[in-house]
Each structure stands twice: as structure tokens, then as C-alpha cells.
Design a protein around this ligand. Structure first.
Ligand SMILES: Nc1ncnc2c1ncn2[C@@H]1O[C@H](COP(=O)(O)OP(=O)(O)OP(=O)(O)O)[C@@H](O)[C@H]1O
Ligand SMILES: O=C(O)c1ccc[n+]([C@@H]2O[C@H](COP(=O)([O-])O)[C@@H](O)[C@H]2O)c1
Length: 183
């Protein structure tokens, strides 16, 4: 069994995340893609949408993707999420012969500061999704996914643009807005 793990805050999920998953399924020869929303990224101090909401939105978006699973391991911990723990958990669960870990190009600048990064690099092969505005020379040391859409969750939290919200959850985002979420 060959798996890819795609961890993220997904606060909220946007179309570039979906393209990352589609490109990975197209190019990586994997049996399963495991999308793992964080409870809280170690380098971030808070989240905007609560973990359960982010999890439910991911479930909806990837409902019809056969090979995609949304994993609730990190959000159930209710504490800062370290990828080394998640990888060890999924390794024990599936006993995979190959583990890719997908990150966006912006994450390359801090990758060396991740918890137990040397051990993590032995367990997984990192794959880098190209990201406009975050180009890094280090990207050529990795397998790449061609994404290049200039959108971030930060910009959507500042000002919602439904063009960048996956169609399956546009209504949910509008409902959240009505309930007082400021996007
Ligand atoms: N536009 C994009 N192109 C390529 N990779 C992306 C893009 N947006 C997010 N990613 C990657 O997807 C993963 C999850 O991203 P995340 O949920 O943090 O979204 P984000 O848009 O970077 O959010 P924020 O603006 O809040 O930091 C990360 O590895 C990130 O680098
Ligand atoms: O394990 C770490 O030390 C670590 C440090 C920073 C980020 N990560 C992971 O990187 C992934 C992308 O995070 P984000 O917030 O950019 O979407 C997500 O799975 C985080 O848990 C992991």
C-alpha cells in the first residue's frame, strides 16, 4: 500500500488545496491520499474555524474522491499537531510500503525546524506543491506538484471570494458568514 499524507490547517479549504490533491492522485501512483486537518499548526497561535467545522468541510469537498480519506487523528488530540506523531500513527495503522508527505512551497522555509525532522525525513518522502509568491530554490530537491494558484486561506479570511471556494461548500461558507463569521 502506497499512501500520501496531505496535512494542513484548511482554515478554510480553498481550490488550490483541491488541485494539490488532484495533482497528487494523477502523478504519485498512490493507493490512498490521507488529508489531515491540524488541530493547530505548531507555528501558528490560533485557528479561525473550529477543528470540527474544518473537518466537516473537507469531508464534503472530497466526498466523491474514491482514494481520499479525511483523518481526524490530529483534531481529536485537541492540542498542537506534530507531523511526526501523525506519520507514526498512520504508519502503524496501514503499514504502507511508501509514504509521501505533501507540503506547499511556502513550508520549505521552515521545514528544517519541524519536530524531529531528521526522523521524519527517514519515514516519508516530501513532495512540494509549487506556490506562486513563495518560490524557493530548495523545491528542486523534491518531487514537485504543479499547482501555481495564487490563493491563500489568509486572504479568504480577510475577504471571502467564492471563486476560490470549492463548489460543494459555497453554501456552508455563506451560512457561516450569516452566523457572524466575518468572511
Ligand atoms: N495556493 C497554494 N499553492 C500550493 N500549495 C498550497 C497553496 N495553498 C496552500 N498550500 C499548501 O497546502 C497545505 C495546507 O495549507 P493551509 O491550510 O495552511 O492553507 P494556506 O492557504 O497556506 O493557509 P494560511 O494562509 O492560513 O497559512 C500547506 O502545505 C500549504 O503550503
Ligand atoms: O511537525 C511539525 O513540527 C510541523 C510544523 C509546521 C507545520 N507542520 C505541518 O505542516 C502542514 C501544513 O501546515 P499549514 O498550517 O501550513 O497548513 C500541517 O500538517 C502541519 O501540521 C508540522
Amino acid at each position: 500500500m502506497r499512501i500520501a499524507i496531505f496535512g494542513g490547517s484548511f482554515d478554510p479549504i480553498h481550490v488550490a488545496h483541491v488541485i494539490v490533491v488532484e495533482e497528487a492522485l494523477k502523478t504519485l501512483n498512490i493507493d490512498m491520499m490521507i488529508v489531515v486537518p491540524t488541530y493547530l499548526n505548531p507555528f501558528k497561535s490560533s485557528f479561525y474555524l473550529d477543528p470540527e467545522t474544518r473537518f466537516k468541510l473537507l469531508k464534503k469537498v472530497f466526498k466523491n474522491f474514491d482514494k481520499v480519506q479525511i483523518c481526524d487523528y490530529e483534531i481529536n488530540q485537541q492540542k498542537t499537531s506534530y507531523s511526526i506523531d501523525t506519520v507514526n500513527y498512520l504508519k502503524n495503522l496501514y503499514n504502507p510500503s511508501k509514504i509521501y508527505f505533501i507540503i506547499g512551497e511556502d513550508n520549505l522555509k521552515s521545514l528544517d525546524k519541524w519536530q524531529e525532522i531528521d526522523k521524519l525525513k527517514e519515514l516519508v518522502e516530501f513532495v512540494v506543491a509549487s506556490r506562486k509568491g513563495f518560490e524557493s530554490k530548495k523545491a528542486k530537491e523534491f518531487k514537485n506538484l504543479d499547482v501555481n494558484i495564487n490563493i491563500s486561506s489568509t486572504s479568504l479570511r480577510d475577504k471571502i471570494d467564492l471563486n476560490y471556494i470549492p463548489k460543494e461548500i459555497k453554501d456552508d461558507i455563506l451560512n457561516l458568514q450569516e452566523k457572524g463569521k466575518s468572511f
